[in-house]
Design a protein around this ligand. Structure first.
Ligand code: PLP
Length: 367
């Protein structure tokens, strides 16, 4: 039996996708070879790449003046690659709302003058500083925001409109852990990046979506393989792209396109389903005497739900019981402790129902 996997990443992949990949593993569409064995310049792989690119563009409604790049290195490499390409060695503003934006800020200091426009560190990263309070530098090359802090469970539910705040630097978002879970307002974004292993597919692929006018300003020291202009010019084939990860991502895109919730489909269907899942889980936590979530309600993540047992001596028993019930990888990140349930797109409502029913039962019988 397959378990419900609550891992923060690499995370669950829809079973339908894994089944298709298994069937196609040794001989893709009768071509006599596996996708892993194909030339990235051959007709077969180019068709996979083009379909994946097109489906992603459609699902996220990416406008034509943005480039979609399939890169490698993960989100952490982007912490260097973004300033190498966009900072022009000058000033960059960071909003610190959790561990991931903090990491981005520290790495960027190697390449530019990084400033903190706002931070919620003093309250343990339990809320997103309100955009109206950000101290933005009019000379900043860009503003960096992590729109879903995977470890602290803090989500930005509406991308801020910097122009409405009187600010004209482009906004860079790290949307690794909620990409494809909600529509994106591209009029407010200059660049978005995401490691694939949460909501797109296997680790090894990094998605970058960048407004064309931001290309062409990379620092001299920027490695060629990480130069967005070159990657864009070569349609993500400047170097060999992570072909198998792109193929699986493509199957995930097709799965996303098939999803329906009432009259909604694609990303909107997922958004609606994700809201139901989050409401169910947060509701159970808030109504219990044993569990608590400490994030400001308006900023709670619909993807990563950190929670604590008020009696922490029960942690091990909780994790053992959960595992026995087929509920895996619920242990919180080591930097914050407690538990964390990551309920990305691939987690069905039934998985969250099973978790909630286990939690209620555990509270009734063990606490
Ligand atoms: C997972 C994650 C990353 C990427 O980490 P890598 O290990 O480099 O792939 C970056 N940002 C956020 C918000 C993440 O959740």
């Amino acid at each position: 039996m397959r378990a419900f996997n609550f891992s923060a990443g690499p995370a669950a992949i829809p079973l339908e996708v894994l089944d298709i990949a298994a069937q196609e593993m040794t001989n893709w569409h009768g071509c006599g070879m596996s996708v892993m064995e194909m030339s990235h310049r051959g007709r077969e792989f180019i068709s996979i790449y083009e379909q994946t690119h097109q489906d992603l563009k459609e699902l996220l409604a990416v406008p034509d003046h943005f480039k979609i790049l399939f890169m490698q290195g993960g989100g952490i490499a982007e912490n260097a690659i973004v300033p190498l390409n966009l900072s022009q060695g000058q000033e960059v503003d960071f909003v610190l709302s959790g561990s991931w934006s903090q990491k981005s800020y520290l790495e960027a200091q190697k390449y530019c003058t990084a400033s903190i426009a706002a931070s919620s560190e003093s309250d343990g990263f339990r809320h997103l500083p309100d955009p109206s309070t950000w101290r933005l530098n009019s000379k900043a090359s860009y503003v960096h925001l992590c729109t879903n802090e995977t470890i602290h469970g803090v989500e930005c539910h509406e991308i801020p409109d910097l122009k409405a705040l009187g600010h004209h630097s482009p906004l860079v978002i790290d949307f690794s852990s909620h990409v494809l879970a909600n529509p994106v307002d591209w009029s407010r974004v200059g660049l978005a990046f995401a490691g694939a292993q949460k909501n797109i597919g296997p680790a090894g692929l990094t998605l970058v979506i960048v407004r064309e006018d931001l290309l062409g300003h990379a620092l001299q020291i920027c490695p060629s393989a990480f130069n967005y202009s070159l990657v864009a010019q070569f349609e993500s084939m400047y170097n060999t792209p992570p072909t198998y990860s792109i193929y699986i991502a493509g199957l995930v895109m097709q799965w996303l396109k098939r999803q329906k919730e009432g009259a909604l489909s694609g990303v909107l269907a997922l958004q609606s389903r994700n809201q139901q899942k989050a409401q169910l889980l947060y509701g159970a936590i808030d109504n219990s005497g044993l569990y608590e979530n400490r994030v400001a309600k308006a900023n709670r993540s619909a993807m990563n739900v950190p929670f604590y047992l008020k009696d922490e001596s029960l942690n091990d028993l909780f994790l053992q019981g959960a595992k026995a019930a087929g509920l895996l990888q619920l242990k919180g990140h080591k930097s914050v402790g407690g538990m964390r349930a990551s309920i990305y797109n691939a987690m069905p409502l039934e998985g969250v129902q099973a978790l909630v029913s286990f939690m209620l039962d555990f509270e009734r019988t063990k606490a």
